[in-house]
Design a protein around this ligand. Structure first.
Ligand code: 13P
Ligand code: 13P
Ligand code: MG
Ligand code: MG
Length: 364
């Protein structure tokens, strides 16, 4: 029997600004989903990263299943009601439509889904990020699946060494999905040429070339493309299956030690390094820095083990120190140059009215 993992994530309100959802909000989301345990779903997990709530569902209905998406939407509505009751900030922030009619894609929440035949042991990672956009996963996925500097399996395991197929989406094209499939290692430079542009090209899935099995699924939502204005950052989610014919868990985690600079941070308008944090982490300095958490599980017959917090280890304390330093270095230059995103990324916000006003004041 096939198992489907669906992770659906939204910001539906948080304490003290864009910081962290309340316990009561998360409980109300959980209560709503609990009622479907053993019916629509075989298991679930709820976690928060910064101000975002992610629900991981295990079920047998395949990807894009209407009733499952509806359940997530309804649970987020329950959470939004609790957020309003508590006077939380940004209640219902990411629910950009009045109602859901079977699929939350394009309505605000971020979605990543994968259906597969369970292996005897099925280890996987759930990544959730806050204060950034889907392109934040481009570099770690490239390095984890295509670079032996991080994925030693590419040279140590013949099956992994066959390489991986990257499915990349052009997120600037909103009329329909514009995708390209490229194979590593033969087309490595073409993959890099696209993935260097994190705001336009985003990895949506990765497949093993040895077996054809899916290794990764990522959310690709750009909220400003949906809302037509700035309503919050996309805060993407990612599922990665590990071990066996896929990279080892530690190879997938390895690139997060870089703390590479991504788009996001304060008002979703700046550049900051991606800090690997513990599960349930809050936001602080300059509404950031951008954060990512990694929760490890095994799934068996549709049931999840307890979660393992993969960035809760002394090694990552050292990385966090380094990333804090990188944040400070960039923040020292405030709004100048690469510290703030280019105009094309800001044009959904208030800067447009300033530019319109100044346009009239220019001499010619
Ligand atoms: P084990 O031999 O303990 O399974 O470890 C193999 C491995 O892939 C470690 O990265
Ligand atoms: P979120 O996208 O996480 O809600 O953050 C929005 C923001 O503007 C932070 O400064
Ligand atoms: Mg928010
Ligand atoms: Mg957020």
């Amino acid at each position: 029997m096939k198992t489907t993992l669906s992770v659906i994530k939204a910001d539906i309100g948080s304490i003290a600004g864009h910081i962290k959802p309340s316990r009561a909000l998360i409980d109300s989301v959980k209560e709503c989903i609990d009622r479907q345990l053993g019916k629509l779903i075989t298991d679930f997990y709820i976690g928060s990263t910064g101000d975002d709530v992610a629900i991981l569902f295990c079920h047998n209905h395949g990807t894009g299943y209407g009733e499952l998406h509806q359940l997530a939407w309804d649970a987020f509505i329950c959470g939004t009601e609790k957020a309003k009751e508590q006077g939380l900030y940004g209640a219902g922030q990411d629910l950009l439509a009045d109602a859901c009619s079977g699929n939350v894609r394009g309505l605000g929440p971020a979605v990543a889904e994968m259906e597969f035949e369970e292996r005897e042991a099925e280890p996987f990672l759930l990544f959730t990020a806050d204060k950034t956009d889907p392109g934040a996963y481009n570099l770690p996925l490239y390095l984890g699946f295509a670079d032996p500097m991080h994925c030693s399996g590419l040279i140590l395991s013949p099956k992994i060494g066959r390489g991986f197929r990257f499915v990349i989406l052009d997120v600037a094209f909103t009329e329909e999905d514009r995708v390209i499939e490229l194979d590593a290692p033969e087309e490595l430079y073409d993959i890099a040429a696209l993935l260097r542009d994190n705001e336009r090209f985003v990895v949506s899935a990765i497949y093993s070339r040895a077996t054809g099995n899916q290794a990764a699924a990522a959310s690709t939502t750009r909220l400003h493309n949906i809302a037509g204005k700035y309503t919050g950052k996309d805060d993407p989610v990612l599922l990665v299956r590990c071990q066996g014919d896929f990279p080892a868990t530690g190879e997938i985690l390895s690139p997060y030690s870089i703390g590479h600079y991504v788009a996001g941070f304060m008002r979703g308008s700046h550049t900051g390094p991606l800090m690997p944090v513990k599960m349930g982490g809050a936001i602080s300095y300059f509404d950031g820095p951008p954060i990512v958490s990694a929760v490890g599980f095994c799934v068996h017959n549709g049931k999840l083990t307890e979660p393992v917090d993969c960035f809760d280890h002394p090694y990552w304390d050292f990385v966090r120190e380094k990333v804090a330093r990188k944040s400070y270095d960039m923040r020292e230059q405030g709004f100048s140059g690469p510290a703030m995103l280019p105009y094309a990324e800001l044009e959904y916000g208030g800067i447009v009215s300033i530019m319109d006003k100044l346009e009239k004041k220019f001499s010619r």
